[in-house]
Design a protein around this ligand. Sequence first.
Ligand SMILES: C[S@@+](CC[C@H](N)C(=O)[O-])C[C@H]1O[C@@H](n2cnc3c(N)ncnc32)[C@H](O)[C@@H]1O
Length: 297
Amino acid sequence: MRDEIDHASAHGAAGGDVHSGIDRGIHLHHRDFLTDAANLPDGSIDLIVADPPYGLGKDYGNDSDMRSGDAFLDWTYGWLELAIPKLKPSGSLYIFCTWQYAPEIFVFLKRRLTMVNEIVWDRRVPSMGGTVRRYTSVHDNIGYFAVSKDYFFDLDPIRIPYDAVTKKARSRKLFEGSKWLELGYNPKDVWSVSRLHRQHAERVDHPTQKPLEIIERMVLASCPRGGRVLDPFMGSGTTAVACARHGREFIGYEINADYHAIAEKRVAQTRSVGVRVEPLPAEEATATAAVDQANAA
Ligand SMILES: C[S@@+](CC[C@H](N)C(=O)[O-])C[C@H]1O[C@@H](n2cnc3c(N)ncnc32)[C@H](O)[C@@H]1O
């Protein structure tokens, strides 16, 4: 994944977005998405990254993850019905869930959207004994759905570079000039990324914080630069951080005041080191440099 840092903040610009009526920037709401969704205009969102309570009884300092079975599924269908109309025709949605409920949730979504992928997040959980009555579960299921077949998807920023050995091995005439050899390969649908341990530098005080690497991949591939991302259950604000780093607008909701405060702090820290941007194609870069120069004058 690209890692350039640019100190020209894409979120410095104030003012409304003429298309949606929403102010530009990163908006972290300490509010309940289900009661607040009506305030968000339909068709205003490029990408939804939803990492909701999984129905497994986690303690988020509230009772939001205490539903199970049909009650959990009805609650899930309820917020999805609120969220889906917010997407633009080119928009898409990632939803994190577990094998226990993924079948029902995916069937529900397939009736409303186009299923693009099921991504398996292999959390790289080490072997430590555990259950002897079945296989140990080490993955989360992520459904990737789009409003239509014309959904936005940009593979280039998330390509994975080939290592030197592979490049050398493919240096025969047959592979010469192969675009993919230079650009890297496209990620597969199994993402092997370690869950965040207590000792991890990225880790904050949230029980199910997602690794930034995973959310950044979603944002870079599925939201155009300058586009808007919605996270209805933002927790510690990982999606907001990804948006701040990569020049995307963001709207997120969180009902726990402590997590909301953590998200605000993480976004402020991200802004203090600047916004990451992907390199532009040459002609676009020249035009942008001219604008930057004019702004600086
Ligand atoms: C799985 S966690 C999200 C973790 C997040 N992706 C991160 O990386 O930190 C789900 C979060 O949703 C919040 N939540 C639950 N119900 C909510 C609601 N109705 N509106 C907004 N937030 C809610 C919980 O407090 C919890 O922090």
